[in-house]
Design a protein around this ligand. Sequence first.
Ligand code: SF4
Length: 360
Amino acid sequence: MATTGAGGTVPADLAALVGRADDGRPSAPAWVFPTVDDALFRSVRESGARRVALQVPAGLTREARSIADRLRERAGVEVVLVARACFGACDFPSPEEVPRADAAVVLGHAPIPNVRRSLPTFFVEMRHPGGDPEALAERLRDAGLPSPLGLVASVQHLELVGPLTSAAARRGLELRSATGDRRLAYPAQALGCNYTGAEGLAPEVRGFVFLGTGTFHPIGLAFAVDRPVWALDPLQGRLDPPLDRATLVGRRLLRVAQCRDARRWGVLVSSFAGQNRSPMAVTLLERARRRGRDAEALVFGRLDPADLVGRDFDAYVNTACPRIALDDSDLYPRPVLTPPEFLMAIGERPLEPYAFDTYH
Ligand code: SF4
């Protein structure tokens, strides 16, 4: 372990990653903890922070107050709960959001190494100790999955990657995992907008297993890699049938087709540090105009479908979270495309192969 900032630790290989953001400016210190425990309280206390912004993901909302109470009592800090919905590691609390806060505690996410933090931040990854690697490997073998396979996991279940890989190898099934780009903190880790570790492995594997719960990551992975994706729930031991990528991609290509004749394009730009791709937005504006389309940038913090009601645009291209277009498109009054889909719609990119909007 290597120390970064006052009194906290992050794994040695992560310390170098989280210290510098891609915009070249130094980032505020980061500390990483597996769960809410004494080490966290001690580190918050020793950091000298007096007022802390606490952000919890949707699944932990009911526990937010008791965690805030424990922080107050054990770390001796004032705690302000950030109530807005938090969708990912990219939209941690900003100093403007919580005036006078001198640190943030973010639950359920790993740091995104190349995104600059303004506040010293304690990331509590909520690692889950559950899941029997032997039983899970049996499950994979009994299902007759091909070998080799890529293995990708949500941050909560990364501890299982090594033991499951060994247990599967003892049963003749090879699982491979890889390191992604600087938006990912750990090998084998997935973000909903970045599966670069898996993308690098795709040519050499016959499919992927996603280790985690829910469908959000398996769907993203299926968009990102043209390989079968099986979802393995480590807690229930359930293995889902492979996702139907052709249908997922087919729906998106239908959207693209609907936008072929769109004249007036809105280019959506988020002001969140971890979702802001302003340079890409500028490029898209230029490319739209070069193709004879009207295009205008619209800036927002958190995008709300109601914000787009009544505007005179035919379609939108979204440079913020790629999953807004892929998962929530139906909520918006006009089609919302990802940047690669937008280039397809204006004739600057072929429809095949479909390109996932990887956020680097
Ligand atoms: S950009 Fe979207 S998918 Fe990526 S971390 Fe943020 S909320 Fe998650």
